[in-house]
Design a protein around this ligand. Structure first.
Ligand SMILES: NC(=O)c1ccc[n+]([C@@H]2O[C@H](COP(=O)([O-])OP(=O)(O)OC[C@H]3O[C@@H](n4cnc5c(N)ncnc54)[C@H](OP(=O)(O)O)[C@@H]3O)[C@@H](O)[C@H]2O)c1
Length: 326
């Protein structure tokens, strides 16, 4: 495994992060996720491969992902050897502290996550989206207080417009409060809108990108149209706002991934992940693993150097689109 600083912060993370949205109670929210028992070999493999950066969220499995991660932390590693990331924003219950980024929500949700994870601190506490219903000053001061209380070491953000992120960073600086060190963007060969505004901002501010769905939830890791897995059979075609998650033109990209993978004799996932890792703003893509070989493929991508010609042929068919999921 390779390790890097998260942006220009002092926090060292593995260059592949373990996405823990794949774990939880299959009876809650997402039926394809792995339960405690099924997730065990994946945690063991993460530890064997040196993948020490683990990402979850309060909303995954309505808290059950955090519970599984908490148990794995005790079973397989020393707590201090892992960089543990979780998130808040999405509705955990209908009450005023159940969702959003108000001071009340921040204080309630950090304590609830700490309890489920059964740990004293979160390494990276992330806002899962921008909250248009809370003043930015209120959120940034509350997050700062969480850091000063020792409940979180660093803060990060996820999926919003670049102007919203810039406003939050500026507000933190003006208030003398903690700034974000990371941004979780949706970024893969078929979701590249972050290249337009966000990545330039992150580079300028020394913020590390930790892309989510770097394999487009698996779509760029298997031949176009193949949907043989539990997850792919249930995958939506639009986000909740009705924006399409895939365009017909994406087939040319996926076909190119397949052609390069076959020519090199490696799995498609390695080619697609190597392309994400190539971007200098990317500190660590967060891979979602549902089978043991998934993490091994992600780690192997660190050694795959795409040529300029391969990179061009992967990028050339991309058609701009509205970003999705925020
Ligand atoms: N901040 C946010 O809003 C947000 C949103 C989504 C996710 N996340 C984070 O990002 C993490 C990753 O998200 P994701 O699961 O969508 O990421 P992903 O890595 O793009 O997709 C994972 C899926 O790709 C397939 N896959 C993975 N490795 C493969 C391989 N080597 N060969 C073939 N197929 C492979 C599997 O699909 P099958 O299971 O179908 O085989 C797996 O479930 C999550 O766990 C979570 O931590 C954050």
């Amino acid at each position: 495994m390779d390790y890097t600083r998260l942006g220009t912060s002092g926090l060292k993370v593995s260059r592949i992060a373990l996405g823990c949205m794949s774990f939880g109670d299959p009876g809650k929210r997402m039926p394809w996720v792995l339960d405690d028992h099924e997730a065990d070999p994946i945690f063991r493999q993460a530890v064997d491969l040196g993948i020490t950066f683990w990402d979850t969220a309060n909303i995954y499995g309505l808290g059950t992902s955090e519970e599984i991660v908490g148990r794995a932390l005790k079973k397989y590693v020393q707590r201090d050897d892992v960089v543990l990331a979780t998130k808040l924003f999405q509705p955990m219950h209908q009450g005023p502290g159940g969702s959003g980024l108000s001071r009340k929500a921040v204080m309630e949700q950090i304590d609830a996550s700490l309890k489920r994870l059964d740990t004293d601190y979160i390494d990276l506490y992330q806002i899962h989206r921008f909250d248009p219903e809370t003043p930015v000053e209120e959120t940034m001061e509350a997050l700062h207080d969480v850091v000063k209380a020792g409940k979180a070491r660093y803060i990060g953000a996820s999926s919003m417009w670049a102007w919203q992120f810039a406003t939050m960073q500026h507000t933190a600086q003006a208030g003398g409060w903690t700034r974000f060190v990371s941004m979780q963007d949706q970024y893969s060969l078929i979701h590249r809108e972050e290249e337009r505004e966000m990545f330039g901002l992150l580079a300028a501010q020394g913020v590390g990108s930790i892309p989510w769905s770097p394999l487009a939830a698996g779509w760029v890791a298997r031949p176009w149209g193949e949907s043989s897995t539990r997850r792919s059979q249930n995958y939506p075609v639009t986000d909740p706002k009705g924006r399409p998650l895939f365009l017909d033109s994406d087939q040319a990209i996926v076909d190119t991934v397949q052609r390069i993978a076959e020519a090199r004799g490696v799995p498609m996932a390695q080619v697609a992940m190597a392309w994400v890792l190539k971007n200098p703003v990317v500190s660590a893509p967060i891979v979602g693993a549902t089978k043991p070989h998934h993490l091994a493929d992600a780690a192997a991508a660190l050694d795959l150097q795409l040529t300029d010609e391969e990179t061009h042929s992967l990028e050339e068919p991309y058609v701009p689109r509205m970003p999705t999921w925020f």
